[in-house]
Design a protein around this ligand. Structure first.
Ligand SMILES: [Zn+2]
Ligand SMILES: [Zn+2]
Length: 141
C-alpha cells in the first residue's frame, strides 16, 4: 500500500475491482464534486457519486478497450464501467472537456484537490445525507 500522501504526488493510480482496467492520472483534479442525480444513484448503487475530472491526455489507461459504455444521454453523455466486475470508472460528456473519473476508483482518495467543491442535482439527493456546502454560497460567506 502506498503511504505517500497523495497531495504530494503528481500521479495517482486507479482501476476497477477485478484489475481488468487500470489507469493513472497526472496532476491536480479539475472540479471535484459529488452528484446525486438519478443516473448516479442508479448506476453508482449509492446515494451519490464522487467525480473529478482530468484532461484525456493526463490519463493513461490499461484496458481502455475493455470498458463498456452506457449512454445516459444518446450521443451526449456516457458512463464507462468494467464489464467483469461492474466498477464504475469514468464519464464522458460532450459539454465537458475533461474525462470524469469516479474518485472511488482511485487507489487513494486523499488530497485536497479531490475534496468536493460542489454537489450536483441536490433536488434528487436522499434526505438523510448532509449535502456538500454550496460553492457559490461559501464564497459569499
Ligand atoms: Zn473489473
Ligand atoms: Zn450524476
Amino acid at each position: 500500500m502506498n503511504t505517500t500522501p497523495a497531495e504530494h504526488a503528481d500521479e495517482r493510480t486507479g482501476g476497477c475491482r477485478c484489475g481488468l482496467i487500470q489507469f493513472t492520472v497526472t496532476g491536480s483534479a479539475i472540479y471535484p464534486h459529488t452528484c446525486s442525480c438519478v443516473d448516479c444513484q442508479k448506476l453508482g448503487g449509492g446515494p451519490m457519486m464522487w467525480w473529478a475530472g482530468w484532461p484525456a491526455e493526463r490519463i493513461a489507461w490499461s484496458g481502455w478497450d475493455s470498458i463498456k459504455w452506457f449512454e445516459t444521454f444518446k450521443d451526449e453523455a456516457k458512463r464507462g464501467f468494467c464489464p467483469e466486475c461492474g466498477t464504475r470508472l469514468a464519464a464522458i460528456d460532450s459539454n465537458i472537456p475533461e474525462i470524469g473519473i469516479n474518485v472511488t476508483a482511485l487507489e487513494s482518495t486523499t488530497g485536497a484537490d479531490l475534496i468536493p467543491i460542489n454537489q450536483s442535482f441536490r433536488k434528487t439527493a436522499v434526505h438523510w445525507l448532509p449535502q456538500v456546502p454550496d460553492a457559490a454560497a461559501s464564497t459569499v460567506g
